[in-house]
Design a protein. Structure first.
Length: 152
């Protein structure tokens, strides 16, 4: 999904973008959960800034819908697989412990969910962090300094 916004600030290779929240487009946007103004008329997004846009520039951003969806499938699919695997392993190993099979299955579920959570957290922190940010793809107007004209 593509959207337009105004650069509020920049830091290193990231920029804070103010986008207008139009009810139709915001409801379909994959980044609505990370947008600072998801229930307001304006929102702030942190985006990658490969074009070195400055404060006040009007820019076009692209939000990677496909990558968000794939990340969500990986996240929830992995947690579901880990919970089923944990319950199965706990049930199979229940004769080795002085607990009932239900209790052992429950502890197996907890162990595998915690393990999967740690692995997924590390995966998203290292590998996908750079790929899930929205990206500035064009500088429409080069203003130089941010001026707030009714948010635009």
């Amino acid at each position: 999904m593509k959207d337009k916004g105004w650069v509020v600030s920049t830091k290193n290779d990231l920029a804070q973008i103010e986008v207008a929240c139009l009810t139709d487009s915001c409801q379909k946007c994959a980044a609505r959960n990370i947008c600072a103004g998801n229930n307001q008329s304006k929102g702030l997004l942190t985006v990658k800034n490969p074009l070195n846009a400055d404060s006040g520039d009007e820019v076009e951003i692209e939000i990677p819908d496909t990558k968000y969806n794939m990340a969500l499938i990986l996240l929830f699919g992995s947690l579901l697989a880990a919970s089923l695997l944990g319950m199965g392993v706990g049930y199979v190993l229940s004769p080795l412990f002085p607990l009932s099979s239900q209790e052992t299955s429950f502890f197996g579920l907890l162990f595998f969910l915690i393990l999967a959570g740690i692995i997924l957290w590390r995966h998203f922190q290292k590998k996908n962090k750079a790929h899930l940010y929205p990206v500035i793809i064009d500088i429409i107007k080069n203003e130089g300094s941010y001026n707030k004209k009714g948010g635009q």
